[in-house]
Design a protein around this ligand. Structure first.
Ligand code: 5GP
Ligand code: ZN
Length: 116
């Protein structure tokens, strides 16, 4: 179900252009428009989920699938050995700006800990 005005629903529906690196019936992975690292991808479900605060009891398999795609993309990008980070920002104080669940996958440089 597509949510009107949601830019990531539009990316998933190919209505908004993005550099898509992987897609299947459940999810899509594409380059972040403002990359914060040499590799910065977003992995999103096709289904509109607002954030981890949604009731996700029926979406456990989907969430697990997203994580497997993050790992697959890290291999494809050649950063599985050097290292990468998967991040889900949730609500304002974490910096969530797009309210369609997305996993940031960042790598290709040394990542500081803790994140800012
Ligand atoms: P958040 O701040 O919600 O965790 O992350 C949203 C991310 O989406 C940001 O890193 C931002 O650069 C990215 N983004 C926002 N709009 C677009 C867009 O239209 N296309 C793509 N590819 N990335 C976007
Ligand atoms: Zn959406």
């Amino acid at each position: 179900m597509k949510i009107h005005g949601c830019i990531f629903c539009q990316v998933a529906a190919h209505e908004k252009t993005a550099k898509i690196l992987y897609e299947d019936e459940h999810c899509i992975a594409f380059q972040d428009i403002h990359p914060k690292a040499p590799v910065h991808l977003l992995v999103i479900p096709r289904k509109h989920i607002t954030s981890l605060n949604d009731n996700l009891d029926d979406d456990k398999a989907l969430l697990g699938h997203l994580m497997t795609v993050v790992g697959r993309m890290a291999k494809e990008q050649g950063i599985d050995g050097t290292g990468y980070r998967a991040v889900i920002n949730t609500n304002a104080e974490a910096g969530q700006t797009v309210f369609h669940l997305h996993i940031h996958m960042l790598g290709g440089r040394i990542l500081n800990w803790p994140p800012g």
